[in-house]
Structures are given as structure tokens and as C-alpha cells.
Design a protein around this ligand. Structure first.
Ligand SMILES: C[S@@+](CC[C@H](N)C(=O)[O-])C[C@H]1O[C@@H](n2cnc3c(N)ncnc32)[C@H](O)[C@@H]1O
Length: 288
């Protein structure tokens, strides 16, 4: 299955949820949420902005429709770059553990599953444990159907959604996700960058980097902007992580196997197209 096909499954579930809340007004509500998200994402570096609220199913539909497949595809491409940097494979045993910070919308988990499917014969993983850590509990429902569909005959997938707000230092009671081989930070740094005025998010990064195991990999990818790049570079350099690969502010496209036409039904309905290309920055890092 392509990422766009997987996203279509989640969208159908989210649309039903939005219909329950908004009835016949649902399409107009969703259309207005496209605008809400686009406007919010132009203000990410503003320290006076309100945090983006993903609770509303119309917002979650708009997010998944517009961003999940392309963000997932970018992560698949970074995992392939990582595997090459590590000599051919990422995971060292038959059990793989991945923690997706800000991973509620499912972009990161579908990416890891897709990477493993594409790497059959190279990676020995037959059990994949994925922790999805996100402030917004409502995301937990959005992809529960996907969980079953993502398990394949070669890789058994176990996912755990854990509510975690990185602005709340109580997150330290959650420990299991720190055992991950790979941490994904896909379009998450820009989301919390402007909320770090008190240093609470910096504390989160430093604690995360300190408590992850030796050899753990961190994949950062985000909007290509030196504001976010410089902020995140400061965080990982302070923690002494090693840089395996990086690009800054480059034009980035999904692989040609990904066809946004899979979502044609919703494209016609909302007269809006899913994001495809971006200006992207990434860092692939390893804890010594
Ligand atoms: C732009 S989305 C990125 C989602 C996904 N990783 C992707 O690449 O498509 C940002 C995510 O961060 C979550 N988030 C926002 N603030 C957060 C916080 N303070 N703590 C944890 N998660 C947060 C949101 O709920 C949302 O799922």
C-alpha cells in the first residue's frame, strides 16, 4: 500500500467522526480548518501565538488530508539515508523500537512501516514497537483502524499511544519510550519552538537526549527555516549528539510511487490539494 492509500483509510474514519459532530455543515467546517491550519503554520515562530488545537475532528481531518502522506514520505526517505549511513540497516535485532514525538497524526508510524516493507531482506525486524507521544489524546482514535491494516505477514506491529505534553515536566513519569532505537521528530520542533520562552522545552530536549540509550538515533525534519534549524542545532550540540547527515532549507519531493490522486474524492469535495513538495531541513543524529 502507498502512504496516500493508508491515509485514505484514516480520512474515512475522521470524516465519519466529523459528520457526527457537524452534521450537514461538515464540509464547510472542514474547509475553514484548512485555512486555520495554513494561517497557524505561517505564525509558528511567533511567541505570542496560541498553541494549535488539534482536538476538533474537522481540524484533524484537514491535517491528515493535507500533511500526513507527504510528511510520512519524507521520513521514509530519511530512514533510507540513515540506513545507508549505518552501512545498510538501521535495526540491530529482530525487535525494533521507535518513538514518535508529536506523532499523533500517524505520519511517522506509517513511514517506519513503509520503510520496513521497502527494505525486506535488509532489516531483520519482525516485531516493531512504536510509541506515539502527543499532547492531543484525540489523535489516539484517528489511526486505531490503521493499526490492524499496518501489520504485515513479515512485521508484527504494536503501537502504544501515550499522552505527553512536553510543556509539562510531569512527562518524566513515562519511561518506556526512552528505550527506542529511533526517535522521530517530524515537524514537531517548529510546533513547540515558540513555546520555549521559559526554557521548559529545552529541558525536555536535554532530558530526552540524556536519557535515551547509547546509539539511539534522532531524526529531525521540519520546515526549512534557519530559525528552527539554529534552535535545534543548539539543542543537539549542547547534548553532544553526533551528526550523521544533514541538509538545510532544500526543496524536497515525495517519491514518485506516491500518488496524491488516491485522495481524489476529497480533493474534488474540498477543492484543496494535499501538500507534496516543501522546503525542508533535516538532521540525522546519533547518541554516542
Ligand atoms: C505539525 S504536527 C506533526 C505531526 C507528525 N509528526 C507529522 O510529521 O505529520 C505537530 C504535532 O505535535 C503535537 N503537539 C503540539 N504541541 C505539543 C506538546 N506541547 N507536546 C506534545 N505534542 C504536541 C500536535 O498534537 C501534533 O500532533
Amino acid at each position: 500500500m502507498t502512504l496516500f492509500q493508508l491515509v485514505k483509510i484514516t480520512l474515512d474514519e475522521l470524516y465519519k467522526e466529523a459528520v457526527q459532530l457537524y452534521g450537514v455543515k461538515v464540509d464547510d467546517e472542514i474547509k475553514s480548518r484548512f485555512l486555520y491550519l495554513t494561517t497557524s503554520y505561517t505564525q509558528l515562530s511567533s511567541t505570542t501565538r496560541a498553541p494549535i488545537d488539534y482536538k476538533d475532528p474537522a481540524i484533524r481531518f484537514a491535517y491528515v488530508y493535507k500533511y500526513t502522506a507527504s510528511h510520512g514520505d519524507y521520513v521514509v526517505q530519511l530512514l533510507a539515508i540513515l540506513a545507508q549511513a549505518l552501512g545498510g540497516k538501521i535495526f540491530q535485532s529482530d525487535v525494533g523500537r521507535v518513538s514518535c514525538i508529536g506523532g499523533g497524526p500517524g505520519s511517522d508510524v506509517i513511514a517506519v512501516v513503509k520503510y520496513l516493507a521497502d527494505s525486506a531482506g535488509k532489516e531483520a525486524v519482525n516485531k516493531l514497537m512504536v510509541y506515539l507521544l502527543d499532547k492531543e489524546q484525540a489523535w489516539a482514535d484517528s489511526w486505531s483502524e490503521l493499526n490492524m491494516k499496518l501489520s504485515s505477514s513479515t512485521v508484527q506491529l504494536h503501537t502504544a499511544f501515550q499522552q505527553m505534553d512536553v510543556l509539562n515536566p510531569d512527562w518524566t513519569s513515562q519511561r518506556k519510550f526512552l528505550e527506542a532505537d529511533v526517535f522521530t521528530l517530524s515537524y514537531f520542533v517548529s510546533e513547540v519552538y515558540a513555546l520555549d520562552g521559559s526554557g521548559v522545552v529545552t529541558q525536555f530536549w536535554q532530558r530526552l537526549f540524556k536519557e535515551a540509550k547509547s546509539g539511539a538515533i534522532f531524526l529531525y525534519d521540519d520546515n526549512g527555516s534557519d530559525t528552527f534549524n539554529n534552535y535545534f542545532d543548539y539543542q543537539w550540540k549542547t547534548a553532544g549528539l553526533q551528526l550523521l547527515s544533514q541538509e538545510s532549507n532544500v526543496r524536497w519531493y515525495p517519491r514518485s510511487s506516491e500518488q496524491k490522486s488516491e485522495l481524489a474524492f476529497y480533493t474534488a469535495k474540498f477543492n484543496a490539494i494535499p501538500k507534496v513538495q516543501s522546503t525542508l531541513s533535516y538532521r540525522i543524529l546519533r547518541k554516542p
